[in-house]
Structure formats: structure tokens, C-alpha cells
Design a protein around this ligand. Structure first.
Ligand code: FAD
Length: 446
């Protein structure tokens, strides 16, 4: 058997990696080339590029050298495969619109040379497209998808691989040095970090997840999104650990993992919804052009404490709590009247866990134009949201130091203080007025 190539993408792990197991099997006599292509056309945000470069370093160290090349995978994969005399290239199937197109094109060019592209597994417990409605179309509503997803089920985690005969061809490029964006603290990276974080969450926090998950102050969600994004753990491994747990928290966590798979499924059926409106009626709505208010939103200087706290957390950690993602997104669309994709792009530029399906559909859900979307007329009041989900102001105080000494009662309405807090802006909009304006625009296209 000749050499095989394992083309790693968002699956930099040795445990529960069926594509890698297949590559090892195919290359059991001559070994496996661990390949990673730095594909500049993906244009990952600075935070993600910085994170990826560290993750590549960690993974390369673990396997004694990842073969890194830079360029277009359509030419680079076939070049490497030919150079090492491989007759198969192994991947986990990709489902983003770009990833699916790229792989189809790589597969075509490999086949002209008699080399197979073998897809084994995917980054999901249930691959997009597997669960459909009776008529074969994709689900548009989460709850029936969730039911069908659970009924479909998934395999047990694949065993960890050991003693792999890696081949390290000459040449290749070195891991790019990408500096961390100013003021940002990156999360821990690598397979060990993913498992350590997961164990800690299961041992300490999952039981109460259902009641604690909406509170950004105590901050007790799993923070596994970044590890799922880069595939340093497979969701199947997590689901296998959750299965024997009876707590409501564990069940709620399974449901959230299903949301990630639902959005990947939706994007698979509607690739146009990555950048276009899922519900096209919303294309016709009147929107404002981004200007000063957008700049204030990006910097966390809107004068609305919970919005500013969230936007500053994004810049500082490359992550934001889910409840606050919804609040800041609603503020952008319904208080500032901007199209959702302006905010989605800013998120993708800064999120370390930035994932096209979850991000674009998280935004569209808030904007009202997405799948079983929150109805457009339900406009989040950011002050009420702040008081409800950050009642003692723990979260706002952490991220907006100008408000650190304000008592909890006034923390979410600092503009009512006399004098107002020094160094903190007055609200850039009046929510009550913008709510009416937002509904007026909605009525016009309804
Ligand atoms: P936990 O609460 O511990 O949940 C566990 C896992 O379930 C998460 O890691 C994630 O994989 C999945 N999950 C949870 N909630 C959702 C959800 N609403 N949609 C999809 N998957 C979910 N998630 C991303 O991974 N990448 C993104 O780019 C992203 N952008 C978002 C943008 C907006 C506007 C909104 C409203 C949500 C977005 N989400 C995104 C979903 C969610 O906010 C994050 O997955 C979650 O905050 C990650 O933190 P955690 O790992 O502690 O989550």
C-alpha cells in the first residue's frame, strides 16, 4: 500500500477522528502524510488566524511535524499527493458552501491522476443533509429537526489513534506568526485543552446549565464553541459523555449542541443564506447605512451598559456570552436599523469561535429573517434584558469599568443618575422611539 495523505482542516485532533483512522489504514505500510493547507482565500479574522497559528504549533509538536503548505488547496493538495506518491487523500467532509465546492474541485483534479479523495465523517454528530422532512427537504424549524436528529442518532466515538507512522516530506512552509489583536486574550488551544475544559464543565457546571446558561455574570457555559470550531474535540465525544447524565442541565446542553448541527443543516440546504436573507422578504425592508452609531456599537460605546459590556468582551476575548450576542445583535438591527450582515461581519472578524453557519443564522434569527425566527415584532429592550439577566450587574461591572461603582439598581440605566457617571457616554438612541421606528419599517414590508 502506498502512502496516504491526511488533509487536516477543522479537525486537528487524534481522538475520535474517523478520517484519520481511515488514512492510517490506507497508509499502513508506507505511512501517512499529515497535511495542512494555509488557504488565504478563507480570510479568517485576526483573532481566528492568531488562534489557528498557535493551534497548528501545538498539533505539529504532538505529531512531530505537520506538513504545512500555503496556497490554493485546488493546486496544493494534488501537488503534495503526487510528490509523496499517495493514492488516497483523506478528509472529514466539509459542509460550508466554500468548503463543499473546494472539496468537489480537489476531488475532480485528484481523480485525473488516479488519486481518491475519501471523505469519512464530518464535524457533526449527524452530518448536514442526513435528517430531512418526509418530502426530502431540509427542516426550517428547530424542534422537529431536534426530534428527528435524536431519532437518527450517531455512532460511538472512534478510538484514539496511537503509534501512527507519520511521514514528514521535505519542503513546506513554517507556521505563520500571527500576532494577537491588541488587548485580546486568546482561549486555551489544543486537544488536551479541549478535553480538560470539557471535563471541568461536566464535573462542575453541566448539572445547573439549564438555569445558569442565560446569566453572563456567573459565566458558567461550557466555552466549548472554540474547540468545536477547530475540531479539537468531536461533538460525538461530548454527546457520549452527556448521555448517561440525567440532569436537566445535561439535556439542555444536548439541545444546544443540536442547534449547532441545525444551523449547519440549514446552511447546507440553503447555501445562499450565508450572506443573503433566509427569508427574502426582509431584503425589501428599509435599512440605514452604517455610520457613527455603528462605530460606537463596535467599540462598546453606545451608552447602553449591557450592549457595551458585550461588545467589549468580544474585543477582549474573541468570545461573547450567548444571551449578550442576542442583545447586541438585536440592538444593531432593531435600534440602529442596520442590516444584520454588518454585525455578522464584525462578529466574524473578532470571534475566535466564528462559525459561518451558527453566526449568520444566529444573526438572522435575531433579525427576524432566519429559521423559525424570533418574530420581528418582538424587539428586545436592552435595559430590561440587562436587569433580567445581569440583575446584580456582575457582567457589566466586569467589562465597563466606568460603571463599576454604580449600585445594581441604577447600573442598567446610568443616564438617570444626576450627575451621570464620568467618562461613560449618554445613550446614542432612545430605545422606545427606535422600537416604534423598527416596527414601522417592518409593517411596511409585511
Ligand atoms: P454553551 O452554552 O456551553 O453551548 C454548547 C455548545 O452548543 C456551543 O459551544 C455551541 O457549539 C452550541 N450552541 C450553543 N448555543 C448555540 C446557538 N444558539 N447556535 C448554535 N450553536 C449553539 N456560535 C458559534 O459557535 N460560532 C459563532 O460564530 C456564533 N455566532 C453567533 C452569533 C449570534 C448573533 C448569536 C445569537 C449566537 C451565535 N453563536 C455562535 C451561538 C452561541 O452564542 C455560541 O455557540 C455560544 O455562546 C458559545 O459558548 P459556549 O461554548 O459556552 O456555549
Amino acid at each position: 500500500m502506498p502512502t496516504s495523505v491526511m488533509w487536516f482542516r477543522s479537525d486537528l485532533r487524534l481522538q475520535d477522528n474517523p478520517a484519520l483512522a481511515t488514512a492510517i489504514d490506507a497508509g499502513r505500510e508506507d505511512g501517512v502524510v499529515p497535511l495542512f493547507v494555509i488557504d488565504d482565500s478563507l480570510g479568517t479574522g485576526n483573532a481566528r488566524s492568531a488562534y489557528l497559528s498557535r493551534l497548528l504549533g501545538d498539533f505539529s509538536h504532538r505529531i512531530g511535524g505537520l506538513h504545512l503548505v500555503r496556497g490554493d488547496p485546488r493546486t496544493e493538495v494534488i501537488r503534495v499527493a503526487r510528490e509523496v506518491g499517495a493514492d488516497s487523500v483523506h478528509v472529514a467532509a466539509a459542509f460550508t458552501p466554500y468548503g463543499a465546492r473546494r472539496d468537489a474541485s480537489v476531488e475532480r483534479s485528484l481523480s485525473t491522476q488516479g488519486i481518491r479523495l475519501e471523505r469519512t465523517g464530518s464535524p457533526y454528530a449527524v452530518a448536514p443533509g442526513r435528517v430531512t422532512k418526509d418530502d426530502g427537504s431540509g427542516h426550517r424549524v428547530f424542534t422537529p429537526y431536534f426530534r428527528a436528529w435524536q431519532e437518527h442518532g450517531w455512532r460511538a466515538p472512534a478510538p484514539a489513534v496511537d503509534g501512527v507512522h507519520w511521514i514528514h516530506p521535505d519542503g513546506g512552509t513554517s507556521i505563520p506568526k500571527v500576532s494577537v489583536p491588541d488587548g485580546m486574550r486568546l482561549p486555551a488551544y489544543g486537544e488536551d485543552a479541549a478535553h480538560a475544559r470539557w471535563r471541568q464543565f461536566v464535573d462542575e457546571d453541566v448539572a445547573d446549565y439549564d438555569s445558569a446558561r442565560d446569566l453572563p455574570g456567573p459565566d458558567r457555559t461550557s466555552r466549548m464553541s472554540v474547540h468545536l470550531k477547530w475540531g479539537t474535540i468531536h461533538p460525538r465525544t461530548m454527546l457520549a459523555d452527556l448521555a448517561p447524565l440525567r440532569s436537566k442541565g445535561a439535556q439542555a446542553h444536548v439541545r444546544e449542541l443540536a442547534f449547532r448541527e441545525f444551523y449547519a443543516d440549514v446552511l447546507h440546504h440553503r447555501p445562499d443564506s450565508a450572506f443573503g436573507y433566509y427569508n427574502r422578504a426582509y431584503e425589501q425592508m428599509a435599512y440605514d447605512e452604517p455610520g457613527e452609531a455603528f462605530a460606537a456599537w463596535k467599540q462598546g460605546l453606545t451608552g447602553i451598559p449591557i450592549v457595551d459590556a458585550g461588545m467589549r468582551q468580544l474585543l477582549a476575548e474573541g468570545w461573547m456570552h450567548n444571551r449578550v450576542r442576542m442583545i447586541v445583535a438585536s440592538f444593531l438591527v432593531k435600534d440602529l436599523h442596520l442590516e444584520w450582515h454588518h454585525g455578522a461581519r464584525h462578529f466574524m472578524d473578532h470571534l475566535v469561535d466564528g462559525d459561518l453557519a451558527s453566526n449568520q443564522h444566529g444573526w438572522q434569527w435575531v433579525a427576524g429573517s432566519g429559521t423559525d425566527a424570533s418574530p420581528y415584532f418582538r424587539v428586545f429592550n436592552p435595559t430590561t434584558q440587562g436587569k433580567t439577566f445581569d440583575p446584580d450587574g456582575e457582567y457589566v461591572r466586569r467589562w465597563v469599568p466606568e460603571l463599576a461603582d454604580i449600585p445594581a439598581k441604577q447600573l442598567h440605566t446610568p443616564w438617570e443618575l444626576d450627575p451621570p457617571p464620568a467618562g461613560y457616554p449618554a445613550p446614542i438612541v432612545d430605545h422606545a422611539e427606535e422600537r416604534i421606528e423598527s416596527l414601522r419599517r417592518y409593517d411596511a414590508v409585511r
